[in-house]
Design a protein around this ligand. Sequence first.
Ligand SMILES: *[C@@H]1O[C@H](CO)[C@@H](O)[C@H](O)[C@H]1NC(C)=O
Ligand SMILES: *[C@@H]1O[C@H](CO)[C@@H](O)[C@H](O)[C@H]1NC(C)=O
Ligand SMILES: *[C@@H]1O[C@H](CO)[C@@H](O)[C@H](O)[C@H]1NC(C)=O
Ligand SMILES: *[C@@H]1O[C@H](CO)[C@@H](O)[C@H](O)[C@H]1NC(C)=O
Ligand SMILES: *[C@@H]1O[C@H](CO)[C@@H](O)[C@H](O)[C@H]1NC(C)=O
Ligand SMILES: [Zn+2]
Length: 517
Amino acid sequence: MFVKDNLLNRLAMCVSSWRMQPGLTWLLLLSFMPWGTDSMPDPRQREALMEQEVSREVGGRVVLNEKEKLLDGKLYQMKRQEMEAPDFPPAMHFFKAKALIDRSPVFRLLQKMPKGAALHVHDFSMVGVDWLVKNVTYRENCYVCFTDDGSVRFVFLSTQPKAAPTCSVWVLLKSLRKKHNTTELDNSFIRNLTLVTEDPDIEYPNQDVVWKRFEQAFLVAFGLVTYAPVFKDYLYESFRQFYMDNTMYVEIRALLPLTYELDGRLNDREWSMRACQDVVQRFTARYPDFIGARIIFTVHRGLNATQAVSVVKEAIMLQRNFPDIMAGFDFVGHEDNGNPLWYFKEALGVPEELGVHLPYFFHAGETNLEGTAVDQNMMDALLFNTSRIGHGFAMPRHPVVKELARKMDVAVEVCPISNQVLKLVSDLRNHPAAMLMAEGHPMVISSDDPALFGASGLSYDYYQAFMGLGGMTSSLATLKELVLNSLRYSSLSPTLKEKAIEALLVKWDKFVSESLL
Ligand SMILES: *[C@@H]1O[C@H](CO)[C@@H](O)[C@H](O)[C@H]1NC(C)=O
Ligand SMILES: *[C@@H]1O[C@H](CO)[C@@H](O)[C@H](O)[C@H]1NC(C)=O
Ligand SMILES: *[C@@H]1O[C@H](CO)[C@@H](O)[C@H](O)[C@H]1NC(C)=O
Ligand SMILES: *[C@@H]1O[C@H](CO)[C@@H](O)[C@H](O)[C@H]1NC(C)=O
Ligand SMILES: *[C@@H]1O[C@H](CO)[C@@H](O)[C@H](O)[C@H]1NC(C)=O
Ligand SMILES: [Zn+2]
């Protein structure tokens, strides 16, 4: 009794400090009292409410078979153990969490899980940078120069290249390696190609700094990847890395820059599209259960309105000439500093005007700037009939946009690690998509620029979504819905989609059986 009285006193003190009438205080207190049998909620009602919540989340309507239920139980135990450990990876910066994730049993299971498609990845950041340094920079005729601001640039050329404005003279890498400690040199290249650093919070105090480094790293990779022979090998290697991570299909946001030959000659965009076609054919011939790749042609959102009109026309041409591999169009770059979609309205209306269909896959809502012109991008994306929304990080703050997206069945492409590294959120348990996940909003999980973040494939982002965004609520049913979504919301034709889903389900059943052994 003593404990209870004591508690009652404390409650009474606390309530009366709200300056309430003494009578009212007692009334309020009674309704708070958990031991009051009259006011005890009906446990069945409680149970029913809990079930309702579970049924609303992503995967809440998926019915698991007996084997899946067994695996779900096992997964639940594994997850609980990891959540009880002192360092919870989704709560930490990915650069610090990665080593922990690599050791996680849940992660290893997710690596084996067939993940369907990667629907949001960029052409310059799909292959782990080790391959760029260890394979590509060791090829003949590779030159390097050192920029005034401490970065590097690469180029392949049959003769000594002309000096670039803010860079040292070009040195043949092969001869440089003879004079330097190769390990140290290669490690410095690797650091230049990613954002990875020991102390990200100090190194990247705000979004502008981290985006600047992002664009810098992109320029380092640029000279390597746009060399025509490397471009093809890069694509092949990117399919291989995604395939090894149990992904069967990718949609690549591609800038399709002009590629160059050893004599400096430039190839046009059609060359790049044909190269993609060739590589897809070569890869799927070797790995028939990989169903291929499609291209979403992207341009930088720093373009002006006139330039945008001509690139949209170019996209329409590519779409006409390469209908099997060209999926649509999008803008890229730091959304906060670029032009909002509405600025491009003339350009975006061109296809409709010409009576052709050019699907859009807009990045939108990758922002914390609530209420600004940029924050309007998600609604404008929907008004322009976007097929999906890249990120949609700001979605939960826009109830009307959210409802509209759901009505139009437009999925958000959630890329948790990207959002964390690019400083929209630090603890992934607070990622806004956690709310969308709880509401069963249409979504897919993707990795945006895995190589830049020191990640690879899709599994790391699946881990963060499953552990951080979903918490103890997300289950094997959630994962099943997410991987099915990746094909459902892809740009594949209905026939191919159906075939792909069938193939995925076969892989899924195999995964479930093998994981129970
Ligand atoms: C680099 O990659 C290419 C194509 O993927 C391969 O043929 C070659 O053997 C690799 N070279 C090295 C040095 O790893
Ligand atoms: C090169 O540098 C690495 C790392 O600093 C060091 O371990 C290695 O011994 C050096 N190699 C040579 C040949 O000096
Ligand atoms: C980039 O490479 C240069 C040259 O090796 C090096 O001096 C610089 O520290 C590297 N940058 C980073 C961020 O490591
Ligand atoms: C857009 O950019 C192009 C190329 O830089 C330039 O020639 C043109 O004047 C610009 N148009 C507008 C409307 O700013
Ligand atoms: C979007 O789709 C709707 C319905 O199909 C159509 O009426 C509208 O014209 C489209 N808008 C644009 C900008 O393409
Ligand atoms: Zn992106």
